[in-house]
Ligand binder design. Structure first.
Ligand code: DHK
Length: 153
């Protein structure tokens, strides 16, 4: 495995209300907290020799700024855009401008839920989408990302 300095950096970005994981509708989103998700991403990053920059914000502008910062700095982006999935053209534009592999993650299966959750602007900028597999979706996204950026377990 490569040392931390030489590891490809993957930004794992989380949108609004994901800070409430564990408390928020646990029957839908599960009992795990955002700290648990961060821990899972760190472990998966270690497994594949990826450096992980894990963040959450409730602000659309902040999320857009973080995506802009990824250009030239990160090797890829894993994003759960949460409520901005279906509303934010600004976020889609930022992801398209980043010119990086993007994987979109949803904890729940948005296609089994309300119709308004089912159209994703973010998918226009994503290589792939993982939905409905709980927080394990983040680990699966990082596994796929390792393959996309060319590192091996
Ligand atoms: C999280 C949210 O906050 C919702 O707005 C999305 C997504 C679904 C999730 O499943 O992770 O509709």
């Amino acid at each position: 495995m490569s040392d931390v300095e030489s590891r490809p950096l993957i930004a794992v970005l989380n949108g609004p209300n994901l800070n409430m994981l564990g408390l928020r509708q646990p029957e839908l989103y599960g009992a795990a907290t955002l700290d648990d998700v961060e821990q899972l991403c760190a472990e998966t990053g270690d497994q594949f020799g990826l450096a992980i920059d894990f963040r959450q914000t409730n602000g659309e502008g902040e999320l857009v700024s973080w995506v802009q910062e990824c250009r030239g700095r990160a090797a890829g982006i894993v994003i759960n855009p949460a409520g901005y999935t279906t509303t934010s053209i600004a976020l889609m534009d930022a992801l398209l401008s980043a010119e990086l592999p993007v994987i979109e993650v949803h904890i729940t299966n948005i296609h089994r839920r309300e119709e308004f959750r089912q159209h994703s602007f973010v998918s226009k900028a994503a290589v792939g989408v993982i939905a409905g597999l709980g927080i394990q979706g983040y680990a699966l996204a990082l596994t796929a990302m390792a393959n996309l950026v060319g590192v091996e377990e």
